[in-house]
Design a protein around this ligand. Structure first.
Ligand SMILES: [Zn+2]
Length: 394
């Protein structure tokens, strides 16, 4: 089968590899009809995500058709259309049963304390071969396949695999409720869906902060109020727009990419860059000694007694966050890797009924053979490139 394979920092390739197959009785094999490139994948291409294992298939977003099931998989059969959640859970342990699927005890082969398990990640996350391929092995398939109704297209479903649930989870973490004024830092695909989710949860106003014009324009098309941090002081602007109070809720959809640290040392970071935060990724990038710019702005722009939701990815080694300022404002802060499994079904209903149309975020659909060029172009924040879907069988 064809797959996008990580070989070394900065070196990925489309290769012919052995077909994914059933290895455990709980496995399924899915023939992928759509995959996608996520901001997290870029860190592997850039070489800023350490501990990748050579030969790992990349990608953690996938939609497809069940090709085969192990003998313990009773709820699905070959031919079923499914979406695959980015983070992998067992469906058995107490965390999975409580809805903390991204903190599953069993899915990560490195043990219960090893952290979130997801497709196509570094050694510490499994590794489990990813979804930018013709076929994928899905472990614990009873818990990690979600059926797709006919009314939901592949383009809609690929957004449900990771970024829409992550955007929704960010608004939940920020405790968005009726009438709230919400600031969203980072307007990549996840940030756009955080904006949509904030509206859906009853926000009264949404302010969107980024410095990429096309992303701010997309935020405006959702009727968020764009703030360009490249042209104005975002904190002062937010304070002014909110009558001197600040926003009730802040969503940090940026994470580690806003650190003023290691990427600059490597000469790779572009001035003023705020890159896409990815869902479902625990990684171990090096980081600076100062809090991320997004974290500082979040704490400064939120109202007293407000709340902050963090889904932008921070490395486990990060030790810095503006805790003093937050404590003295009586803030509530919630964060984490999205528990995709528990969120996807409720969003499926919104998409299937036409209430929500996330597929408009997909601006490119590329055959897998064009993936290397697609990675490069996506990495440069080319205007108009918001979300890149891949056709694995093309
Ligand atoms: Zn579990």
């Amino acid at each position: 089968m064809k797959a996008v394979v990580w070989q070394a920092p900065g070196h990925i390739d489309v290769e012919e590899v052995p077909d994914a197959r059933i290895e455990q009785p709980g496995d399924a094999v899915v023939r992928l009809t759509m995959s996608a490139i996520c901001g997290t994948d870029l860190h592997m291409v850039r070489g800023t995500m350490p501990d990748m294992v050579a030969g790992t298939v990349l990608g953690h977003e996938g939609v497809g058709v069940v090709e085969a099931v192990g003998k313990d998989v009773r709820g699905f059969k070959p031919g079923d259309r499914v979406v695959i959640p980015s983070t992998i859970c067992c469906g058995i342990c107490s965390y999975c049963r409580a809805g903390y699927n991204s903190q599953c005890d069993n899915a990560n082969p490195n043990g219960p304390a090893a952290g979130t398990c997801f497709f196509g990640g570094p050694r510490s996350t499994g590794p489990v071969n990813g979804l930018q391929a013709t076929f994928a092995r899905v472990p614990y398939a009873a818990a990690n396949l979600i059926p797709l109704p006919d009314a939901v297209t592949d383009e809609q479903a690929i957004v449900l695999s990771d970024i829409y649930p992550t955007g929704w989870f960010s608004a939940q973490c920020a405790e968005v409720s009726h009438g709230d004024t919400v600031a969203v830092f980072g307007c990549g695909p996840v940030g756009q869906l955080a904006i949509a989710s904030a509206w859906r949860l009853g926000a009264g106003r949404v302010i969107a902060v980024d410095n990429v014009a096309s992303r701010l324009e997309m935020a405006r098309s959702q009727h968020a109020e764009p703030v360009d941090f490249g042209a104005e002081d975002p904190v002062a602007t937010i304070v002014e727009l909110t009558g001197g109070i600040g926003t009730d809720r802040v969503i940090d959809a940026v994470g580690v990419d806003a650190y003023p640290g290691p990427d600059e040392q490597h000469g790779e970071r572009r001035e003023g860059e705020v890159a896409e935060a990815a869902g479902g990724g625990v990684t171990a990038w090096a980081h600076g000694t100062a809090p991320s710019q997004a974290a500082q702005w979040a704490v400064e722009s939120v109202a007293k007694a407000g709340s902050i939701g963090i889904i932008g990815v921070y490395p486990p080694t990060a030790r810095t966050w503006p805790i003093g300022a937050a404590m003295n404002k009586n803030l509530t802060v919630k964060m984490g890797n999205c528990p995709h499994r528990v969120i996807i079904p409720q969003l499926m209903d919104l998409v299937a009924s036409g209430v929500s149309e996330p597929a408009q975020l997909i601006t490119q659909l590329k055959p897998i053979g064009d993936v290397l060029a697609a990675y490069r172009t996506f990495d440069t924040h080319e205007p108009g490139w918001v979300k890149v879907a891949l056709a694995p069988t093309a």
